[in-house]
Design a protein around this ligand. Structure first.
Ligand code: PLP
Length: 402
């Protein structure tokens, strides 16, 4: 008989990674959040996020998905299926490209700023041959120049466009651009980044013959960030069957097959769907036309008062955006310090400039759940702080709310 010798060892628990010493959690005071996304979310929509989980393969989720899809079709003004993906807006750019094109194909990117450049850059990363028609920052794409350049650049498979360039506060005349592209190349795929326009600025996907448009939940749709939605018309679906760029997570065909079963290909962010469901109900109740009018009023209001304070608008006024206003920082004023003061002293949060415009401009967001009265306070605070920073603002009072 062999005896098994047992030894008892007391093992020290592994302590290689100590408990981290972190800053205590603090309650963030309610801010007057005037950045171009994420935008403020209505309290009722926020409350939806607190609802208990359900099985995303069950009938309750399928009902939410049916409602959300139908209402997104209304917002996109399309009869095409609208696919939703857990993603931000950049995912929308990538998702569109990998589902439409094959390596080496020629696409034209019309760029008017940072996000148009990003779209072109992703296309290049995926091995597409990208020709850019670039316009100076602050300007919209000039249809006559686009038409002439497209003529020179043909043949091309698709055209990438930004509806509203968030980095410069400029809106392209999408309807005119789409019409001229279609006239010139009836088979071209017109692919539109509508991240900072959809649900705020008119976009009629079917009527304007746009093949693909996408947006993200955190801008005009009264929702927190985390969902991307993309609509693709018949020409786009046909291309999808030929497109050889690699894709898995963003594969339209898989997403559509799941959608038809009332499901998602992956575990969906259930809470965001609760939120989006109510947000879209609120948008339908307000009505798209009324929403567009509200955004026009906000755009006009901000531009008028920024000028009256004595500041210069960055965007050419003929194409200034009704969702975001870019403002030039006056000489001698430190933009970073100004934005910090507004945030710390007034809880007014504005966005800085991007790339070469960093420190030279700031941006005021006015999209989604926003009213003129929210902008009134922000502009008043801006005027007061500018004075403290030594800027001689005209002795102008921010106008009342019409
Ligand atoms: N496209 C536009 C027009 C945008 O404004 C943004 C973000 O602001 C993006 C794309 C990228 O979106 P995200 O930051 O959600 O990835």
């Amino acid at each position: 008989m062999t005896r098994v010798q047992t030894t008892t060892t007391t093992r020290e628990p592994s302590m290689l990674i100590p408990v981290p010493q972190v800053e205590p959690r603090v309650t963030i005071p309610l801010q007057n959040l005037r950045i171009p996304g994420p935008t403020p979310v209505p309290a009722a929509v926020l409350a939806e996020l607190a609802r208990p989980m359900i099985n995303p393969r069950g009938p309750e989720f399928a009902a939410i998905l049916r409602r959300v899809t139908a209402r997104l079709q209304y917002v996109f003004q399309t009869t095409a299926p609208v696919l939703t993906f857990p993603s931000s807006g950049t995912g929308g750019q990538e998702c569109a490209l990998v589902n439409l094109f094959s390596p080496g194909e020629h696409v034209v990117a019309i760029t008017i700023g940072h996000f148009g450049n990003r779209f072109a850059q992703i296309a290049e990363r995926y091995g597409l041959q990208v020709s850019r028609i670039a316009f100076p920052w602050g300007e919209a794409a000039d249809p006559a120049i686009v038409e002439a350049r497209l003529h020179e650049l043909a043949p091309y498979r698709g055209v990438l466009l930004t509806h509203n360039e968030t980095s410069t506060g400029v809106t392209n005349d999408l309807q005119t651009l789409a019409a001229l592209i279609r006239r010139q190349n009836p088979d071209a795929l017109i692919v539109v980044d509508a991240v900072s326009s959809l649900g705020c600025i008119p976009l009629e996907m079917d009527a304007w013959e746009i093949d693909v448009a996408f947006t993200a939940s955190q801008k005009g749709l009264l929702c927190p960030p985390g969902l991307m939605m993309l609509a693709a018309g018949p020409r786009a679906w046909e291309s999808n069957t030929q497109a050889r760029l690699p894709r898995f997570y963003f594969d339209w065909a898989r997403a559509r097959a799941s959608l038809e079963r009332g499901q998602h290909t992956v575990t969906p962010p259930v809470s965001l769907f609760y939120a989006l469901d109510l947000a879209l109900e609120m948008m339908v109740a307000e009505g798209l036309e009324a929403i567009f009018v509200r955004h026009r009023r906000m755009g006009d209001y901000v531009r008028k008062h920024v000028r009256a304070i004595g500041l210069h608008l960055f965007a050419n006024p003929t194409s200034a955006s009704n969702t975001v206003t870019a403002v030039c920082v006056p000489k001698g004023i430190d933009a970073r310090e100004l934005l910090i003061t507004l945030r710390e002293r007034d809880q007014v949060v504005l966005a800085g400039g991007q790339e070469q415009l960093s420190g030279k401009m700031f941006r005021i967001g006015h999209m989604g759940s926003c009213e003129v009265r929210d902008l009134f306070t922000a502009l008043n605070c801006l005027q007061v702080r500018l004075k403290e920073f030594g800027f001689h603002t005209d002795t102008h009072r921010i106008g009342g709310i019409a």
